[in-house]
Design a protein around this ligand. Structure first.
Ligand SMILES: CC(C)(COP(=O)(O)OP(=O)(O)OC[C@H]1O[C@@H](n2cnc3c(N)ncnc32)[C@H](O)[C@@H]1OP(=O)(O)O)[C@@H](O)C(=O)NCCC(=O)NCCS
Length: 279
């Protein structure tokens, strides 16, 4: 394709409608509001043809760690180098910082070429949740807990994601576990299209993570739930047994050195990859 046909620019809100068209085409259910929130939390680039965005990359930068939240190219324009050029623009902005993402099978070859390495598989569980009993040791968070939730999240991820958690505060509900008055673990529940995404889940143990999720589920019997589990959480069989079955795996990838030991406590048990990529 002649170079002049496609230009690249920063992703401004004027391209949100085009971006929405691209995700609908790919069968992803981002709403316009969710796109706007993603963009508001970060930045991105678009590939433009005849005034319309035909490809987009959207990323966040928290506390020196970059996350590629989304990369997409119009299916009629794939295989012409646009995905690679969008990623190169994004990575130029990231520089030497650590960069994380969740790769679909279509994205993996490109990411490998760009120096990303596979870290782990993320198992997506989906389904209509059965009736689950509410545990006694979990409660809904209040505005006073926002600071401590951000702190627990930082211990687990190594990243100060206060901005993300604050942005979610009005859209999501947060369940927490307390000990001696302090927040020790949390789980968020976010509406995403007609589904509910349970994640992130940060806890000190499998038992605690299961309690947090049980609490969320107990308030949503019959709802369509999505949980994106990290490996070795000890939660997969239980989720399968209550109707939230494992569906497919995606690959978490990283460029640069990790911030935290994967086995650290508190530990991230589930992500909200649908909306935010990794972590
Ligand atoms: C992933 C995606 C963005 C790639 O965009 P693209 O513009 O087609 O990518 P490029 O043309 O720049 O190709 C980059 C590399 O991807 C791989 N690739 C591209 N098309 C491919 C195909 N049809 N089959 C296999 N690999 C392919 C190749 O490794 C290619 O590198 P090469 O040209 O040096 O061999 C695009 O396929 C897409 O939008 N997919 C749907 C959304 C998605 O899965 N996004 C990734 C989320 S993590």
């Amino acid at each position: 394709m002649p170079k002049a046909e496609v230009q690249f620019a920063e992703f401004g809100t004027e391209y949100l409608d085009d971006a929405l068209r691209l995700t609908i085409q790919a069968g992803w259910t981002h709403s316009r509001d969710e796109w706007a929130m993603l963009l508001g939390l970060g930045f991105g680039f678009v590939a433009i043809k005849e005034g319309h965005a035909i490809g987009a990359v959207c990323m966040k930068l928290f506390d020196g760690v970059a996350t590629i939240a989304l990369l997409i190219v119009d299916e009629k324009m794939r295989g012409r180098g646009l995905g690679a050029q969008l990623m190169e623009l994004a990575l130029e902005k990231v520089g030497q910082r650590e960069c994380r993402l969740i790769a679909s099978p279509l994205g993996q070859p490109l990411y490998r070429k760009l120096g990303f390495q596979e870290i782990e598989t993320i198992y997506s569980h989906r389904g209509v949740v059965a009736t689950v009993q509410a545990p006694h040791d979990v409660e809904w968070a209040t505005d006073d807990d926002l600071h401590q939730i951000s702190e627990i999240d930082r211990s687990a991820t190594g990243i100060d994601r206060r901005a993300l958690i604050s942005a979610l505060w009005s859209k999501a509900r947060f369940a927490i576990v307390r000990s001696s008055g302090r927040v020790m673990g949390y789980a968020a529940l976010l509406p995403y299209g007609r589904q509910q995404v349970a994640g992130p889940v940060v806890a000190r143990s499998t038992v605690e993570a299961r309690s947090l999720l049980s609490f969320l589920f107990s308030h949503h019997a019959g709802a369509f739930l999505c949980v994106d589990l990290r490996p070795h959480t000890g939660l997969a069989d239980w989720l399968n047994s209550i109707g939230i079955a494992e569906t497919f795996g995606s690959t978490a990838m990283r460029r640069g050195e990790p911030r935290v030991d994967a086995e650290s406590s508190p530990h991230t048990y589930a992500l909200a990859t649908l909306l935010f990529g990794f972590p």
